[in-house]
Design a protein around this ligand. Structure first.
Ligand code: GLU
Length: 494
């Protein structure tokens, strides 16, 4: 087989949908596994949907996710650049190429000029609907002789170019996920190939580009499955070799509907903002519609590349399960080096008004300990403010059990000893925090549960939680003393 070449071909409509990222990922995994080439092409022929800055956004999201490609459109120093020998890779820069091929189809008699107005087309559709027929173009302009059509164009009449489909012909193609598919041409419209603004439609551009860019496998969402027969007809009209098709199942919501913006987060940017790690999101997305042969679920990018095959892509839509995503992401959070996690967590602390990012530099040890302390309880970085609130805020005793523990008869002595000990030092470092409980034990003779439980309850408000020494270090002398004072008040009131 010739060298594998695949492409991801998004339209720049504003953001990268999570389903789009999965399509890009499967292309990437296949390309890497087969040591092929992965191309990023921008399909911007629908000018009504173009959004400023969307190309840059798309590329940033792919980069963030670690889905890199070899050829096509890149951003360097804030500028869009293109690399590769089959460019340009932005469709709006290839209009003359499409025109050439549209002209060829007209010459061959495989396409025709159509002058029907929107009003007429609407009327035809309306009538077909009333008669219970499939609404499609009725072919009025199919028979206009080419010379007459050219004359009308010269006279300034508006036109589009349509594909001239043969009547009642079965079109069969093979899809790696769905097997052989046959559709009769009578069920398909004479597709518009070139619009009145001179831009090609998606169908025309995609076929010309995939051919000229030597794409061997078309890996895309199943919403394009029904367009594939039109593409096959174009390959046949041109006499071009057809690529392999791999249509991926849709990414669905819990209620089995297509994941859409109305139901919350769908853009890669949204997931990044909520504090999913690229490793977690990618690992989880790979599992939406595909599974490894040993059913292993935690898989790094390298493992995914090793294990990925199209024959394990499922036909059924993949349900996007946020709980499972959280579970996978939590795994990667636990595995991340704390320093890196801290860097990522600082903006969340800043935004919540807990710790200004501008003063982070001088407090990295403290911040690293803070994140280390709560790391195992996180499934997303956006949870950092909540999980660390017990360090930042005032003491809050939320559990009855903690209050019970603090009512123990040894507690007043324990609190006094803690206070005295803390007052004897200037400040608390980690070394001191580690040794503090031993000192109190020596001083008071209180030990075990009677020592640790009330101390934990007094300084954190809970009887369960992270390492006590971490809490002591993170609170520091002043806050510890303040909390001891507060516990005395609470006990008096209770
Ligand atoms: N531009 C199409 C999209 O936005 C690409 C479809 C294809 O891959 O052929 O999804």
């Amino acid at each position: 087989m010739s060298e594998v070449r695949v492409r991801f071909a998004p339209s720049p409509t504003g953001y990268l949908h999570i389903g789009g990222l999965r399509t890009a990922l499967y292309n990437y995994l296949f390309a890497r596994k087969e040591q092929g080439t992965f191309v990023l092409r921008i399909e911007d022929t629908d000018r009504t949907r173009f959004v400023e800055g969307a190309i840059e956004n798309l590329i940033q999201s792919l980069q963030w996710a670690g889905v890199d490609y070899d050829e096509g459109v890149f951003v360097e120093d804030g500028e869009i650049v293109q690399k590769g020998e089959y460019g340009p890779y932005i469709q709006s820069q290839r209009l003359d190429i499409y025109k050439k091929y549209v002209d060829q189809l007209i010459e061959q008699g495989d396409a025709y000029y159509c002058f029907c107005s929107k009003d007429r087309l609407d009327k035809v559709r309306e009538e077909q609907k009333i008669k219970g027929q499939i609404p499609k173009y009725d072919g009025l302009c199919r028979g206009i002789p080419i010379e007459e059509a050219k004359k009308r164009i010269e006279e300034g009449e508006e036109y589009v170019v349509r594909l001239k489909l043969p009547h009642n012909k079965d079109i069969t193609f093979h899809d790696a996920v769905r097997g052989n598919i046959t559709i009769n041409t009578d069920e398909i419209d004479d597709q518009v190939l070139m619009k009145s603004d001179g831009f090609p439609t998606y169908h025309m551009a995609v076929v010309v580009d995939d051919h000229l860019m030597k794409i061997t496998h078309i890996v895309r969402g199943e919403e394009w499955l029904s367009s594939t027969p039109k593409h096959i007809m174009l390959y046949e009209a041109f006499g071009w070799e057809k690529p392999e098709y791999v249509h991926l199942p849709a990414v669905l919501n819990q209620d089995r509907k297509k994941l859409s913006k109305r139901q919350g987060d769908v853009s890669v940017e949204d997931f990044k903002e909520r504090g999913y790690l690229p490793e977690g999101l990618i690992n989880y997305l790979a599992l939406v519609g595909w599974s490894s042969d040993d059913n292993e679920e935690i898989l790094s990018m390298d493992q995914l590349i090793e294990k990925f095959t199209f024959d394990r892509v499922s036909k059924a839509g993949g349900i996007f399960d946020k709980h499972k995503l959280d579970w996978v992401n939590a795994h990667y959070i636990k595995e991340y080096p704390t320093e890196r996690l801290t860097e990522l967590a600082i903006p969340y602390l800043d935004k919540a008004g807990l710790f200004p990012a501008s003063s982070a530099k001088g407090h990295m040890n403290w911040l690293n300990t803070l994140i280390e302390t709560v790391k195992d309880s996180l499934s997303r970085l956006e949870e950092v403010p909540d999980k660390t609130a017990f360090i930042f805020g005032d003491l809050e005793i939320t559990e009855d059990e903690a209050l019970e523990v603090l009512k123990g008869e040894q507690v007043p002595e324990l609190l006094d000893a803690l206070e005295e000990e803390l007052n004897s030092v200037e400040s608390i470092d980690m070394e001191y925090a580690k040794g503090l409980m031993k000192k109190i034990q020596k001083k008071t003779g209180i030990k075990g549960k009677n020592l640790y439980m009330p101390t934990r309850a007094a300084i954190s408000g809970n009887i369960h939680g992270p390492e006590l020494q971490n809490i002591i270090y993170l609170l520091g002398k002043k806050k510890m003393l303040k909390r001891i004072e507060r516990v005395r008040e609470i006990l008096k009131e209770a």
